[in-house]
Structure formats: structure tokens, C-alpha cells
Design a protein around this ligand. Sequence first.
Ligand code: PEP
Ligand code: MN
Length: 365
Amino acid sequence: MAVLTLKNWLKELAGEKPLIIAGPCSAETEEQVLTTAIGVKEAGAHILRAGIWKPRTRPGNFEGVGAIGLEWLKKAKEKTGLLTTVEVANPIHVELALKNDVDILWIGARTSVNPFAIQEIADALKGVDKIVLVKNPVNPDLALWIGALERINKAGIDKLGAIHRGFSSFKKMKYRNEPLWQIPIDLKTQFPDLPLINDPSHITGKRDMVFDVSQTAIQLKFDGLMIETHINPEKAWSDAAQQITPATLRNIVNRLEIPKDRAYDPDLLKSLRDLRDEIDALDKELVEILFQREEKTREIAGLKWKENISIYQKERWLDILQKARKNALEKGIELKFIEQLYRILHQESLKIQHHVFKEENSRKR
Ligand code: PEP
Ligand code: MN
């Protein structure tokens, strides 16, 4: 079981409110960095972000202004009092960021996927007292994310945080990166003291969805948001479609509904308790139904085995799926959810049938 030695740095910066990190995807010009910094400060941000070295999917795109951008960030800090953060992907970036007084370093999704790269960064951070934020790896692998955090922590960095920026997927979907909320929730459950920040910009890839994902994250008790903000988003040199203006940022920060940790009103508490009891009873029934379904699956497998019929029956699977869709539609349950659920059920059913075949075969021998 992984253990992280953590020091609380969050409250000092943001108090009880969500921590807001904002700024352009990339630093482009001194003017752009300074104007954006003033705008995000007015919007309520605590930290100014800007990419200096940009990991681009294809070569030939803008790859960042490089170390000169660090000078602009220094000026922006002097002007606004905002702390600054940049992405570091190797020991040279770390050295340059430290030399130029960057306050917080973040590790990008394409770096946290690689333990060699993370270890090199961790080694470069030995003896350094900075806040380090680790984005989730591009693929949905919680252990890899935790491993990256552990490596940085073992180098002596105890002011750590995690940034959830979603996961790349081959599926066609409305988001640029699939949120898979259960993964950051599992991380938070395992490390309650690790600040968890959501990056709605890289999850959505589209500015008009940034508010909704931000609100979802805050509802899920994330500790903060990292939101790409640009004075002229349409003209941004990278990630133009997802960046918002400082005015929109201000609007988002003001509109966010921040939930209370728990209920206090006795009537509400009683209603919640009653409803939870009912859910517990339904969950028990659900498991009983699943058990009965598995029993039927085993019986079917026995019959198939006797006649040597293949386990997977395409027509039957399509029939199950179609009936499930119809039932869901009648009840107003989201189709996508039901389809996912039935895929899992079907996968389990195939596994059970394989198991029965194996047992029967070994008995025959
Ligand atoms: C970024 O924050 O601009 C960035 C490159 O993010 P990610 O590592 O999440 O893709
Ligand atoms: Mn970006």
C-alpha cells in the first residue's frame, strides 16, 4: 500500500474556497502573459499557469517559447502577486524553473506516464522546497499516477497535489479526454490529504463545456480547478478551442455552487438516512438478482457444453442488448449507462460459462 508523507499547503493559498489556477495554455508574448495575469487575478485566481515548453502531439506545431517565458512570468508575479506554475518534463526544465523563481511545478500527462522521466525529475527535485502537482497519466492507470506521486514524494517533496485532466480514449465522445471520475475519486479516497485539482479545459477540449465540468468537480469535492485562460482565446497558439477569457473565468468562479461537506438539519438528516436505508435494501436485492442471473447462466452453460455449442452467441447477445435498451427507454434510464452495464454483465457471463466448460471438461477426463 502506497504511503505519501504530505504537508498541507492548500489552505494557506485558498482557505476554504476552491484553489483556482488559471492562465494560458502557452506563454506566447510578454504582453499576453502580463495582461492575462492581471485578468485572472481580477477573476479570483490564486496561481498563474503558463506552458513554456509544450508537448505537442505532432511535430511542426508551436512547441513553446522556452526559457524567455520564465522572465515574463517573473514580471507577472511582481505585477500581480500571483504565484506561478509551469510544466516541467525533464531535469533541465526543473533547473530553469527553479532558477527563475517559479513557485509551483506541474508534471504533464505525457510525462507522468513514464517512470524513467518521473524519476529523473524526482532526482532533480532532491532538497527543493516547492509545491509539485502531478497530472494523471494519459491512460487510465491509477497505479501509474500514484507511482509518479510516490517517486516525487520519495525525493522529499511533501507539498504535493494531483491534477485530473481526463484520459485519452479511442472512443468517439463529447470530451477531448474522458473524465472517468471514479479514478480521481479512488485517489482521493486513498489519500484524503492530497489536494485534488480538476482541469476542465483538457477534459472538455471546448470552452462552452468548461463550466459544467468545473461544477461537477466541485460537487465531487475536488479542492480546486486549473482552467486555461487567454486574453484572446480564438487566436491562441495552442489549445485555442478550450481556452476562455478572464471575464468568462470570473463568471465561472462566481457561478460555482460550493456544496457543504454534510447536512446538519435534523429533518434532512432523517430523510437522508431513510432513503439510504432504502438504497441499501435495493442493493441487497440487486445482488440477489445478479446471483440468480449467474445461476441461470451456469445452467445454460451446462446445456451448451453437453451439445458442444459455442459459448458466444451473437444473435442472443444482440437480443439481450436490444431488450435492455427497450426496458431502459421505458424507465427513462440513460441508454449509455445500461449498455455499459450489460457489456459488463455479458463479459462476466462469458467468463462464468468458460469456467463451467473447463470444470466439465476436467470432470470428463
Ligand atoms: C497543459 O496543461 O497545457 C498540458 C499540456 O496538459 P496535459 O499534460 O494535461 O495534456
Ligand atoms: Mn493546453
